[in-house]
Design a protein around this ligand. Sequence first.
Ligand code: NAD
Ligand code: ZN
Length: 251
Amino acid sequence: MSSLIEHTAKILAKATRAVALTGAGISVESGIPPFRGKGGLWEKIDPMRYAHIDAFMDDPETVWNVLIKDMKHVLDRARPNPGHTGLAELEEMGILTSIITQNVDGLHQMAGTRDVIEFHGNFAWQRCLACNQSIETAKVDLGQMPPRCGCGGILRPNCIFFGELIPHRELTRSQQLSAACDVMLVIGTSATVQPAASMPVIAKQNGAVIIEINPEPTPLTAHISDLPLMGGAGSIMPRLVASVRRHLADR
Ligand code: NAD
Ligand code: ZN
C-alpha cells in the first residue's frame, strides 16, 4: 500500500485542477452512518418507504420521526475527520479546485474547503412547504411533529429526497468540472446513485486520472479507477497528503 500511495501522491502533486467526488463514506469516521453497506441505515429501514418524496408528502410526521429527527441528532454532533481536512489541505496547496459532494452534512465546509458543490442539497436548512421561508435546522423545535414554520406550514430539509431532481446549476457545474479536471479523487461513494456516479466516467473520458479511496470495491474499481486505494478515507488521506507535501518540497 505505501508504494501505491507514494505513486498516487506523485501524480497528485503535479495536478492543478483536481476535483473530488465524495459520498457518505467520507463521513463514516465522523460518526455518520452511510446508507448502503455494512452498518448502513438501509439495513434498518426501507429507503423507498421513508426517503422518497412521495413518502414524505403522504406522511411527513412518520418520515420526521423515523429518519429526519435521528439525522438531526447525528449531524448536530458530527465534526470533520482527517478525510475532510486532507481535501481542504489539497485545495490550499493549489492542487484541488472543487469538491462535488453527495453529502448533506456540511463537513467539507466545516473543514475549510471553499468550493463545495452540494449535489443533493444540505441539511443545515429547512424550508416551509407553505411559504418557502428557510429556517436553520439547529433552530427547529422538535417538540412538535412534524416541525412547523411560524406560518403553520410543515418544514422539510433542504436536501433532495429520492424521486426529486438534482438542482440544475449544481448538475451542470459538476459535469463541467468533471470534464475539465486532470485528476478525480472518488472518495467514499458506492457509485450507484445517478447522476453522481457518472462524473468519474466523464472525467476519465476526458483524460483524467481516477483515484478511488474506499475500503470496499465499487462498480468503478475494476475498469474506471486507475489508482484504487482500498481503505478508510480517515487513514489514507493524511498519508496521501503528507506524501504530496514531500513531493512538492523536493521540487
Ligand atoms: P453510500 O451509502 O451508497 O455508500 C457509502 C460508501 O462509502 C460505500 O461504498 C462504502 O464502502 C464506503 N465507505 C465506508 N466507510 C468508509 C470510509 N471510512 N472511508 C471511505 N469510504 C468508506 O453513499 P453514497 O454513494 O454517498 O450514496 C448515498 C446517498 O445518501 C448520498 O447521495 C447522500 O445524499 C446520502 N447520505 C448522506 C450522508 C451524509 O451527508 N453524511 C450520509 C448518508 C447518506
Ligand atoms: Zn411558512
